[in-house]
Design a protein around this ligand. Structure first.
Ligand code: PMP
Length: 360
């Protein structure tokens, strides 16, 4: 494993090494089957066991009750920006807009019905989250949609917005499974896999079963949640290999001690970087204006100027710290430190940043 580098990519992102090793062991013959999982019929008994076990394990991790369906879908989180309103919007819906991804969700929802922007910090370049008292929620809305972690802007909800009896729908693409959740607070949670769950190509959706009744028979079959739920995510060929790897990630998290443990690790890991940034006498600055809104997954910060940002990224790259360039809409640097990113990598980054500060 000596040739692995510290991969701070925002996604697809670093995977747990234990999972990669297990996949390597299974590469030529999955548990005596004589074939790789990707070569196997999705209707076979062996595969049925893989997808069912993955579902059971994620149900265990998040304590998901029987009144919720667990779906494995395709089309990335991006297709959910369309499927959510197509299936669930009945006239109008509320959207909290906290960054580029929620803006994209709004764009698709507007094709289906009336969108009320219930809150946004667009005018502050999304450098914080709207406060509860700033939200203008409509009690008649079909649902409230929000993004729990803003991958680009480095903000994260640490408690869900309060939305009364209206179903809460969450794009949790970049922070799902980083901590335990009270699933009963949600109508639906969806997440593209390629940050905390596994490889790209699969979306995990957790949905209150009574919402499935909203899906109209007039919808295109593949876009209908009810079809996917009735078919146990096997209406057509699912992304079989991605689901297998997600299953390995779920097992890995269970073996680690579950999401309470993962959350402890994530909090301690992010604190190493934030504490260093905050104690750097203003050399490094966090880009999020309200510290309570800082993300545990994507740490966004700047050095004294754009030239030094560039220099730091280049020198870091040579030392094996990859993927630190901030998104162009924020600039600066971004260290994406999802579940699988090792704490040692953050400690080493801080040491590197401190040397860089002394030399520049
Ligand atoms: N939502 C969030 C919060 C994201 O970070 C991303 C991707 N980075 C997306 C949605 C889009 O996901 P996908 O590329 O899987 O469609």
């Amino acid at each position: 494993m000596d040739n692995r580098i510290y991969n701070f990519s925002a996604g697809p992102a670093t995977m747990p090494v234990e999972v990669l090793k297990e996949a390597q062991e299974d590469m030529l013959s999955y548990k005596g089957s004589g074939m790789n999982v990707m070569e196997m019929s999705h209707r076979s008994k062996t595969y049925d066991n893989i997808i069912k076990t993955a579902e059971q394990d994620v149900r265990k991790l998040l304590n998901i009750g029987d009144d919720y369906a667990v779906l494995f879908l395709q089309g990335g989180a991006t297709l959910q920006f369309s499927m959510v309103p197509l299936n669930l919007m009945q006239g109008k819906a509320d959207y909290i807009v906290t960054g580029s991804w929620s803006k994209k969700a709004v764009k698709e929802a507007k094709r289906v019905g009336e969108v009320n922007i219930a809150g946004t910090t667009a005018e502050e370049n999304f450098s914080r989250l709207p406060k509860q008292e700033e939200l203008k929620l409509d009690s008649e809305a079909s649902y409230v949609h929000y993004t729990s972690n803003n991958t680009i802007f480095g903000t994260q909800y640490h408690t869900e917005p309060e939305v009364g009896n209206v179903p809460l729908i969450c794009d949790a693409s970049s922070d799902i499974l980083h901590k335990p959740l009270n699933i009963t607070k949600y109508g639906m949670i969806y997440a593209g896999a390629q940050k905390n769950l596994g490889p790209s190509g699969c979306v995990l959706a957790i949905m209150k079963k009574d919402l499935l009744e909203r899906s109209s028979d007039d919808l295109h079959t593949y876009l209908n949640y009810k079809i996917h739920a009735d078919g146990d995510s096997l209406y057509n060929t699912p992304p079989t290999y991605a689901i297998y790897l997600m299953g390995l990630v779920f097992k890995h998290l269970l073996n680690l001690g579950g999401l309470e443990k993962m959350y402890e690790i994530n909090k301690a890991k992010a604190a190493i970087l934030y504490d260093y940034v905050d104690s750097s006498d203003g050399y490094y600055k966090g880009t999020v204006t309200n510290k309570d809104d800082r993300s545990l997954m994507n740490v966004t910060f700047t050095s004294p100027n754009a030239d030094l940002d560039k220099k730091l990224i280049a020198e870091a790259g040579e030392k094996g710290f990859s993927g630190l360039k901030g998104h162009r809409s924020v600039g600066g640097l971004r260290a994406s430190i999802y579940n699988a990113f090792p704490t040692k990598g953050v400690e080493d980054l801080v040491q590197f940043m401190d040397e860089f500060k002394k030399n520049n």
